[in-house]
Design a protein around this ligand. Structure first.
Ligand code: KG4
Ligand code: ZN
Length: 332
């Protein structure tokens, strides 16, 4: 069955056609980042308006690229939440109207579950059970995933998400938005030799806290001259190293705690190949294998939405066309 997936929870308008929840026929992403970076972060009202402008052309392009007809589409899935309400409404309402007009089954998708499903679009996806980290601009959640529908939330951030910390530190260093890619690039040219704090919280907690690290970086920038590219790169590398250290330690701890030999990471921050490299190496020493989707599936995309939608539609787990979007996670 071919499922049309739609994603509009933040600043990417995306549509994809995925066959049987596994084969990506097309995946089109229109990023608004060039506009939001002028304001130093996502402006919700601008995001909604840009989704309205981009959605129909993006869906048209996805259908064209996949080389399918409208009648080949067997189901529709769209991100229902969590995310920016105005932004979500654009994609969700479009998808409901599409499903209604074509008499197709419809599934509203949890954005975090969709990120976990991006792992199933890999050539060699993880088998159950596995530990999943969804790490993005809005979330840093660790799950124990035991079946296609069971995502036990083991830990989450108590303040900033890891991606948010990347964005804020980049802003402090005058590096623009989004922060992750530029911090990762700068980190490649300097040693992480400033010791920033690693907040691990209580002994058996899988929660995160990045606000102390963020404040430590702010204090460092206030107390030292970090105007040169060299110093900026040193701070960036040391900050990134602290985040990677905490994420890796918690993930390996979670895997050992659940006696799991697989860890999957997804979400925007999993695009950070330095993180992937360090985590894989550390995990391998515990005989734990790590899984990361290809770069184009790490950030927000609609293929992961269609993949999650396929499972729900197959199970008859449909969403009423009278349902609405939600900004905060329902159960996760
Ligand atoms: O999943 P995503 O595209 O959108 C949300 O659902 O939030 O994640 C965006 C976040 C941003 O905070 C961005 O700075 C971060 O992912 N990010 C990265 C990298 N690429 C994107 N963080 C660290 N390293 C990267 N290479
Ligand atoms: Zn996301």
């Amino acid at each position: 069955m071919i499922v049309l997936g739609i994603e509009s929870s933040c600043d990417e308008t995306a549509a994809a056609l995925v066959q049987d929840g596994r084969i990506i026929l097309s995946s089109v992403i229109a990023s608004q980042v060039d506009v939001h970076c002028l304001y130093g972060g996502v402006v919700p009202e601008i995001a909604s308006r840009m989704h309205i402008e981009s959605l129909v052309p993006v869906v048209d392009e996805a259908i064209k690229k996949a080389g399918v007809c409208l009648s080949d589409i067997g189901g529709v899935a769209a991100t229902q939440g969590p995310g920016l309400i105005g932004a979500l409404l654009v994609g969700f309402s479009f998808a409901k109207a599409f499903a209604f007009a074509r008499h197709l089954p419809f599934a509203g998708i949890n954005h975090l579950e969709a990120h976990i499903y991006s792992l199933f679009l890999m050539d060699d996806p993880p088998e159950f059970p596995f530990i999943a980290l969804v790490v993005s601009g809005g979330h840093t959640n660790i799950y124990h995933v035991t079946s296609p529908n069971h995502f036990e939330l083991m830990g989450r951030t108590r303040d900033d998400a890891a991606g948010e910390a990347f964005d804020k530190v980049a802003k402090m260093l005058g590096l623009g938005y989004p922060g992750g890619p530029v911090i990762e690039k700068l980190s490649l040219i300097q040693n992480p030799d400033i010791l920033f704090p690693r907040t691990l919280l209580e002994k058996d907690s899988f929660d995160f806290s990045f606000s102390g690290l963020k404040s430590a970086v702010a204090r460092y920038i206030h107390d030292h001259d970090v105007s040169s590219d060299h110093e900026k790169a040193r701070v960036a590398a040391s900050f990134q190293n602290a985040v990677i250290d905490v994420l890796s330690q918690k993930l390996i701890h979670a895997a050992l705690f659940k006696k799991c030999s697989r860890i999957g990471i997804s979400g925007g921050v999993s695009a950070n190949r330095t993180f992937v490299g360090i985590l894989s190496k550390k995990a391998a020493s515990h005989r734990i294998r790590t899984f990361t989707p290809p770069l184009e599936l790490c950030g927000d995309n609609a293929a992961m939405v269609a993949a999650r939608g396929y499972t729900l539609i197959q199970q008859g787990n449909l969403t009423s066309l009278e349902d609405d979007v939600y900004s905060r996670p329902k159960i996760n």
